[in-house]
Design a protein around this ligand. Sequence first.
Ligand SMILES: Nc1nc2c(ncn2[C@@H]2O[C@H](COP(=O)(O)OP(=O)(O)O)[C@@H](O)[C@H]2O)c(=O)[nH]1
Ligand SMILES: [Mg+2]
Length: 365
Amino acid sequence: MTTQSLTSSSSCEKGVMRLPRRLCVTMVFAAAAVMFMYLIYFNNEFLMSKVRNDEISSTHNPLLVGVVDENPAIGISGQLEYDQQLEEYNDTKSSKLNMTLLSHHYHKVLILTPINNAERHLGHYFELLNNFSYPHHLISVALGEDSSYDETLKTAVELAQKYRKITNFRKIDIYELDHHWKPPTNDRHDLFIQGPRRNHLAKARNRLLSSALSDEDYVLWIDSDVREIPPNVMQYLIAAQKDVVVPSCLYRKGDNSLDDYDRNTWRETNESLAHLAAMSPNQLMVEGYARTRRRYLWSLRFEGDVVPIDGVGGCVLMIRADCHRDGLTFPPFVYKHHIETEGLAKIAKEMGFSIAGLPRLKVFH
Ligand SMILES: Nc1nc2c(ncn2[C@@H]2O[C@H](COP(=O)(O)OP(=O)(O)O)[C@@H](O)[C@H]2O)c(=O)[nH]1
Ligand SMILES: [Mg+2]
């Protein structure tokens, strides 16, 4: 019986090598398991296009996420020294940003913030706005809330009433947007909900914009949960004289070193462009979930004060209001593989608008 099973019905490949069927099956399963692990850890693109039909793409190698390219020309010790100089940057006048322009001509700025389940952030958010050194009589503020489970709307209305009394902002308005939206209950950073989540956020931003924009020269988008913003942030952003401009939005890691929080602010590389070219037309690229092929803004700080970039996030984002008036909005659809703020950057490029980052100007999430 045993002999028979080994020689006939249990052979794996007759004439080459004879293995018990169980061993064959085990080996096949082991190979499949290894293959599966490989797909999970190193090739999320495949998994995503198969598991869900959302046409989301990314790569996945968490170990490499957020690695900042070091400038080989500076070297480690030189770089540390340079970092110390950069620490003082926010308080000093930049040699390249033309701050003198500002003393002659101040612009009206509309601060826009979409809010959802942001009740706990709003007190600090209003304190940040109140600390801005830019003339308050040139600043308008509008918040657009929808679908919160907490008391975001009520808190926003109360804080608006309070700050209307104690500041001289031109206006502080709260809008209630679309309450038909049911946000996914997953973790908001779950990769698979980024398509619908950012589709909705793009619509919320556009609705807020069309409701609130009047005669302002600039729109400054600020997320409600940003922790630190230099009081003179507007002066720096305006001094860059770009159509679309962002600071570095960072967070402090456990060892107190800095890293990009906002991974939607990036510059394309040859590798990333080749990757995009190989994607199917409506496939969505979700940046920040994997080994990136882009350069994030903080890694560009050695190039200077104002550097060209190709993608922007909404953490702190200034846009010349006329660009919005000319039709620049946040696409809720996939445009050139991107959506919402990154999609806006792609459209801005197409429309001939300038896009820049101020990598040394730091805000903290
Ligand atoms: N109106 C509205 N605002 C939202 C929604 N989702 C997020 N926000 C707000 O958009 C900003 C950015 O969202 P956040 O979750 O902080 O993004 P993250 O930091 O990139 O994960 C914050 O001010 C949120 O309160 C939404 O569905 N509707
Ligand atoms: Mg946030």
